[in-house]
Design a protein around this ligand. Structure first.
Ligand SMILES: [Zn+2]
Length: 290
């Protein structure tokens, strides 16, 4: 994927979308909006004016489904699983953002409604099947149905992230990007041994020292491009918001069973916080800061 193609996902309609957000857009002028009364906003913005040279975002933080879409044809049990969201990560992100004094954007809608970490033209943007579970509500969608999800959920979320990054870049010389995810402990019968995974591609500035700092903590197993690889370029958000802009960045994965309750969230967020705090005072990453 080239930088140009990633950028083209949002830029052509940027101004128009900002002006028309909350009303109708050119794409849905002929029908009712997807989101209505009782539906949450597409994203939650935390600690908007946080002072750290850092922007945090979570593409899969929430599992809301627009009321119009019912339950997408899935059971409550299926909608509580990892296929719908990154279990535990919203709680981790909220604590991390507060303690590091960093702004943070959480996506509120389930990745099954639209995956905020996939290009809009990716076949898995609105997945018809996930981890062998068929998603009936995503089958046979027409262009208008897809456009509503893109315009009302995907784009507002990404505009919020882009706005934060723009403000940060205006305020200081270096802004780092952290994208937080969580992964299921077992996949295809394989028990994943890592506590944290750091996914990265070409830019080693953040990932290498971050992995070193995490690995120095007692009893922490860190995956280098595990359980997924940052080099497969399936993701959208890091490429669009960080790589294409030359900003230091890392995608961090935390194993879901570790952060499934409050005690676990506190314990494992504290470890991540220790490692990231070390990065923030590292002059090789943030040269103009003490
Ligand atoms: Zn995720």
């Amino acid at each position: 994927m080239t930088d140009t193609s990633a950028s083209s996902m949002l830029e052509p309609n940027d101004g128009q979308l900002h002006e028309t957000h909350g009303e109708t857009t050119s794409l849905n002028r002929d029908s009712e909006p997807l989101l209505g009364r009782g539906d949450p906003p597409p994203f939650t913005l935390l600690n908007e004016n946080g002072q750290a040279p850092l922007v945090i975002f979570c593409d899969h933080a929430g599992r809301a489904i627009p009321r119009k879409l019912g339950n997408l044809g899935l059971t409550p049990g299926e909608l509580a699983q990892h296929i719908a969201w990154d279990i535990g990560i919203a709680n981790v992100a909220a604590i991390l953002a507060r303690n590091l004094d960093a702004p943070c954007v959480l996506s509120n809608y389930s990745r099954l409604v639209i995956d905020c970490n996939r290009r809009l033209d990716d076949p898995t943007s609105i997945a018809q099947e996930s981890d062998r579970i068929v998603v009936p509500g995503n089958r046979g969608l027409d262009g208008l149905a897809r456009a509503h999800r893109a315009e009302e959920i995907f784009k507002p979320y990404h505009f919020a992230v882009a706005d934060l990054i723009k403000k940060k870049r205006e305020a200081g010389p270096v802004t780092a990007i952290l994208s937080l995810h969580s992964f299921t402990p077992v996949m295809n019968g394989f028990k994943r041994p890592w506590h944290f995974g750091v996914l990265w591609n070409r830019d080693a500035r953040l990932p290498i020292p971050l992995m070193q700092r995490l690995a120095q903590l007692p009893h922490v197993v860190v995956g280098d491009n595990e359980p997924y690889s940052g080099r497969d370029e399936h993701g959208f958000s890091i490429i669009y918001h960080a790589e294409a802009q030359g900003l230091p960045h890392a995608l961090i994965e935390i194993r879901q069973d570790l952060i499934s309750d409050e005690a676990g969230v506190n314990r494992w967020t504290a470890k991540l916080e220790t490692a990231v705090k070390g990065l923030l005072i590292d002059p090789t990453i943030f040269p103009q800061r003490k």
